[in-house]
Ligand binder design. Structure first.
Ligand code: PRP
Length: 177
Protein backbone atom coordinates (compact mmCIF):
# COMPACT_ATOMS: atom_id res chain seq x y z
CA UNK A 1 0.00 0.00 0.00
CA UNK A 2 1.40 3.40 -0.82
CA UNK A 3 0.69 6.70 0.87
CA UNK A 4 -2.24 7.52 -1.44
CA UNK A 5 -4.43 4.84 0.11
CA UNK A 6 -6.84 6.41 2.61
CA UNK A 7 -8.15 4.91 5.84
CA UNK A 8 -11.88 4.90 6.53
CA UNK A 9 -13.48 3.55 9.71
CA UNK A 10 -15.75 0.56 9.07
CA UNK A 11 -16.40 -0.71 12.62
CA UNK A 12 -15.36 1.68 15.34
CA UNK A 13 -13.97 0.75 18.75
CA UNK A 14 -17.38 1.06 20.45
CA UNK A 15 -19.08 -1.25 17.94
CA UNK A 16 -16.19 -3.68 18.37
CA UNK A 17 -16.52 -3.58 22.16
CA UNK A 18 -20.27 -4.31 21.88
CA UNK A 19 -19.61 -7.21 19.49
CA UNK A 20 -16.88 -8.66 21.73
CA UNK A 21 -19.21 -8.56 24.75
CA UNK A 22 -21.99 -10.26 22.77
CA UNK A 23 -19.64 -12.98 21.53
CA UNK A 24 -18.30 -13.51 25.06
CA UNK A 25 -21.85 -13.94 26.31
CA UNK A 26 -22.63 -16.53 23.60
CA UNK A 27 -19.37 -18.37 24.27
CA UNK A 28 -19.96 -18.33 28.04
CA UNK A 29 -23.31 -20.06 27.63
CA UNK A 30 -21.70 -22.88 25.66
CA UNK A 31 -18.33 -23.30 27.34
CA UNK A 32 -18.71 -22.56 31.05
CA UNK A 33 -17.56 -25.64 33.02
CA UNK A 34 -15.87 -27.18 29.94
CA UNK A 35 -12.38 -25.70 30.43
CA UNK A 36 -12.04 -24.85 26.71
CA UNK A 37 -8.79 -24.20 24.91
CA UNK A 38 -9.04 -20.92 23.04
CA UNK A 39 -6.70 -21.15 20.08
CA UNK A 40 -5.71 -17.82 18.54
CA UNK A 41 -4.45 -17.83 14.97
CA UNK A 42 -1.39 -15.61 14.65
CA UNK A 43 -0.86 -13.03 13.95
CA UNK A 44 -4.12 -11.24 13.29
CA UNK A 45 -6.18 -12.56 16.19
CA UNK A 46 -3.98 -11.35 19.04
CA UNK A 47 -5.92 -8.15 19.77
CA UNK A 48 -9.34 -9.79 19.53
CA UNK A 49 -8.48 -12.79 21.72
CA UNK A 50 -6.91 -10.52 24.34
CA UNK A 51 -10.14 -8.52 24.62
CA UNK A 52 -12.41 -11.55 24.34
CA UNK A 53 -10.90 -13.59 27.17
CA UNK A 54 -11.22 -10.67 29.59
CA UNK A 55 -15.00 -11.01 29.24
CA UNK A 56 -14.95 -14.76 29.95
CA UNK A 57 -15.22 -15.36 33.70
CA UNK A 58 -14.70 -19.13 33.83
CA UNK A 59 -11.67 -21.45 33.62
CA UNK A 60 -10.11 -21.66 30.18
CA UNK A 61 -6.72 -21.98 28.55
CA UNK A 62 -5.15 -20.03 25.71
CA UNK A 63 -2.70 -21.13 23.06
CA UNK A 64 -1.66 -19.86 19.65
CA UNK A 65 -0.89 -21.36 16.29
CA UNK A 66 0.96 -19.46 13.57
CA UNK A 67 -0.24 -20.08 10.02
CA UNK A 68 0.83 -18.49 6.81
CA UNK A 69 -0.31 -18.89 3.26
CA UNK A 70 2.53 -18.75 0.85
CA UNK A 71 2.37 -17.70 -2.75
CA UNK A 72 2.90 -14.54 -4.68
CA UNK A 73 1.57 -11.08 -3.89
CA UNK A 74 -1.61 -10.55 -1.91
CA UNK A 75 -3.53 -13.47 -3.41
CA UNK A 76 -3.66 -16.56 -1.24
CA UNK A 77 -2.09 -19.52 -2.98
CA UNK A 78 -4.27 -21.82 -0.95
CA UNK A 79 -1.14 -23.51 0.37
CA UNK A 80 -1.06 -22.98 4.10
CA UNK A 81 1.79 -23.93 6.36
CA UNK A 82 2.25 -24.02 10.10
CA UNK A 83 4.91 -21.51 11.12
CA UNK A 84 4.33 -21.91 14.87
CA UNK A 85 2.77 -25.08 16.19
CA UNK A 86 0.38 -25.02 19.14
CA UNK A 87 1.92 -26.38 22.32
CA UNK A 88 -1.09 -27.61 24.30
CA UNK A 89 -2.19 -31.24 23.85
CA UNK A 90 -5.70 -30.99 22.41
CA UNK A 91 -6.78 -34.65 22.59
CA UNK A 92 -10.23 -34.78 24.23
CA UNK A 93 -10.25 -30.99 24.66
CA UNK A 94 -12.95 -28.58 23.57
CA UNK A 95 -11.12 -26.22 21.23
CA UNK A 96 -12.44 -22.82 20.19
CA UNK A 97 -10.49 -21.35 17.28
CA UNK A 98 -10.34 -17.54 17.45
CA UNK A 99 -9.79 -15.66 14.18
CA UNK A 100 -9.80 -12.01 13.22
CA UNK A 101 -11.16 -12.69 9.73
CA UNK A 102 -12.42 -15.48 7.50
CA UNK A 103 -11.91 -14.53 3.90
CA UNK A 104 -11.48 -17.35 1.35
CA UNK A 105 -11.86 -19.85 4.18
CA UNK A 106 -8.70 -21.68 3.15
CA UNK A 107 -6.85 -20.96 6.41
CA UNK A 108 -9.75 -22.19 8.53
CA UNK A 109 -10.26 -25.29 6.39
CA UNK A 110 -6.57 -26.15 6.72
CA UNK A 111 -6.58 -25.54 10.48
CA UNK A 112 -9.66 -27.66 11.12
CA UNK A 113 -8.10 -30.58 9.20
CA UNK A 114 -4.85 -30.09 11.10
CA UNK A 115 -6.68 -30.12 14.45
CA UNK A 116 -8.89 -33.10 13.67
CA UNK A 117 -5.79 -35.26 13.39
CA UNK A 118 -5.07 -34.40 17.05
CA UNK A 119 -8.42 -35.89 18.15
CA UNK A 120 -10.00 -33.03 20.11
CA UNK A 121 -13.41 -33.54 21.73
CA UNK A 122 -14.79 -30.64 19.66
CA UNK A 123 -13.62 -27.76 17.49
CA UNK A 124 -15.64 -24.60 16.90
CA UNK A 125 -14.87 -21.27 15.28
CA UNK A 126 -15.23 -17.73 16.55
CA UNK A 127 -14.27 -14.97 14.15
CA UNK A 128 -14.61 -11.25 14.59
CA UNK A 129 -15.20 -10.61 10.89
CA UNK A 130 -15.91 -12.50 7.70
CA UNK A 131 -16.21 -11.62 4.04
CA UNK A 132 -18.75 -14.06 2.60
CA UNK A 133 -18.28 -12.70 -0.92
CA UNK A 134 -14.71 -14.02 -0.95
CA UNK A 135 -15.37 -17.58 0.19
CA UNK A 136 -13.70 -20.36 -1.82
CA UNK A 137 -14.36 -23.26 0.53
CA UNK A 138 -17.31 -23.67 2.90
CA UNK A 139 -16.66 -22.69 6.52
CA UNK A 140 -19.07 -23.05 9.40
CA UNK A 141 -18.81 -20.01 11.68
CA UNK A 142 -20.16 -20.68 15.17
CA UNK A 143 -19.64 -17.21 16.65
CA UNK A 144 -19.50 -14.17 14.34
CA UNK A 145 -18.85 -10.53 15.13
CA UNK A 146 -19.35 -8.71 11.83
CA UNK A 147 -20.06 -9.45 8.20
CA UNK A 148 -17.79 -7.19 6.16
CA UNK A 149 -17.88 -6.00 2.56
CA UNK A 150 -15.12 -6.99 0.15
CA UNK A 151 -12.75 -4.22 1.17
CA UNK A 152 -9.15 -4.33 2.40
CA UNK A 153 -9.54 -4.31 6.19
CA UNK A 154 -6.91 -3.15 8.65
CA UNK A 155 -6.74 -2.36 12.35
CA UNK A 156 -7.60 -4.21 15.58
CA UNK A 157 -4.98 -6.80 14.65
CA UNK A 158 -5.52 -6.81 10.88
CA UNK A 159 -2.63 -5.65 8.73
CA UNK A 160 -1.57 -4.35 5.36
CA UNK A 161 2.02 -5.45 4.83
CA UNK A 162 2.35 -5.76 8.63
CA UNK A 163 1.17 -2.17 9.18
CA UNK A 164 -1.96 -0.81 10.94
CA UNK A 165 -2.46 -3.74 13.35
CA UNK A 166 -2.39 -1.18 16.17
CA UNK A 167 -5.40 0.87 15.03
CA UNK A 168 -8.19 0.63 17.64
CA UNK A 169 -10.93 0.67 14.95
CA UNK A 170 -11.42 -1.70 12.03
CA UNK A 171 -10.84 0.39 8.92
CA UNK A 172 -10.66 -0.13 5.20
CA UNK A 173 -8.05 1.15 2.84
CA UNK A 174 -9.23 2.77 -0.33
CA UNK A 175 -7.35 4.40 -3.14
CA UNK A 176 -4.21 3.49 -5.01
CA UNK A 177 -2.51 0.36 -3.77
C1 PRP B 1 -5.46 -13.62 7.84
C2 PRP B 1 -6.39 -13.96 8.99
C3 PRP B 1 -6.75 -15.39 8.73
C4 PRP B 1 -6.62 -15.53 7.22
C5 PRP B 1 -7.98 -15.59 6.62
O1 PRP B 1 -4.17 -14.03 8.16
O2 PRP B 1 -5.78 -13.78 10.23
O3 PRP B 1 -5.87 -16.27 9.40
O4 PRP B 1 -5.95 -14.37 6.72
O5 PRP B 1 -7.89 -15.64 5.21
P1 PRP B 1 -8.48 -16.82 4.37
O6 PRP B 1 -9.87 -17.10 4.86
O7 PRP B 1 -8.47 -16.27 2.96
O8 PRP B 1 -7.59 -18.00 4.50
P2 PRP B 1 -2.89 -13.62 7.29
O9 PRP B 1 -2.50 -14.78 6.39
O10 PRP B 1 -3.14 -12.31 6.60
O11 PRP B 1 -1.77 -13.48 8.36
P3 PRP B 1 -1.78 -12.62 9.72
O12 PRP B 1 -2.78 -13.29 10.66
O13 PRP B 1 -0.38 -12.73 10.20
O14 PRP B 1 -2.19 -11.21 9.39
Amino acid sequence: MNSKAELHVLFDRHEIETAVRRLASEISKDYRNRNPLLLGVLRGSFVFIADLIRHLDFPLEVDFIGLSSYGSGTQSSGKIKVVKELETPVRERNVLVVEDIVDTGLTTAFLFQHLQRLKPASVKLCTLTEKPSRREVPVNIDYLGFTAPDKFLVGYGLDANQKHRNLPDICYLEGEA
